[in-house]
Each structure stands twice: as structure tokens, then as C-alpha cells.
Design a binder for this molecule. Sequence first.
Ligand code: FES
Length: 101
Amino acid sequence: MAQWKKIGVLENFKDGSKWEVIINKRRIALFLYKNKYYAIKNSCLHQGYPLTEGSCSDNMIECPLHGWVYDFTTGKCLSLNNKSTATFKVREKNNNLEIKI
Ligand code: FES
């Protein structure tokens, strides 16, 4: 069953727009966009490259290896029809950031 996992104090996730966090050996890509946090699996559906190494444009992240693009607010892969990567809920609690996994 999924549980909320603390990933750190909120202050550590204010400068910048993307981070990799590892929870239970799972690589998660965390994004800050318009004052809201989003989390998806940090592994491209194509060949598993870490998406956090790509560049963001609005709510999209582009995999630097071959250019597949994802909407990190929904997990949808915009380079494929009807394919999505895993998404995770994110919340702020007691000045910490938590991800449900
Ligand atoms: S590994 Fe991401 S597009 Fe190929």
C-alpha cells in the first residue's frame, strides 16, 4: 500500500524547478511548476534515461537522449499515443515535502 514518504524540508525545494529524489531505491523526478509540485518516474519510457537531466519548458520535460517529451503534470508521454509514465502525489506537510509511494 502506498505511503507518504518525507523527502526533505520544503526550503530545499524552492530554488530550481527539477530534482531527482530516491525513495526505496526508486528514482523519482520532482518538478516545481507554478508553485505546485509534481512527481513522475525518473526514467524515460524509451531507454530509461533520467528525465531530470533534460530541459523543461512550461509543464514539459524533454529527454536529452532522443527527445521524447513528457507532460510532468500528468505523466503523459507526448511523443507516443496513449502512453504515460508513473506519477506520484506530492504534498507539503509540517514544512516538509512528501511523496506518496
Ligand atoms: S531514452 Fe529518452 S528518448 Fe530515448
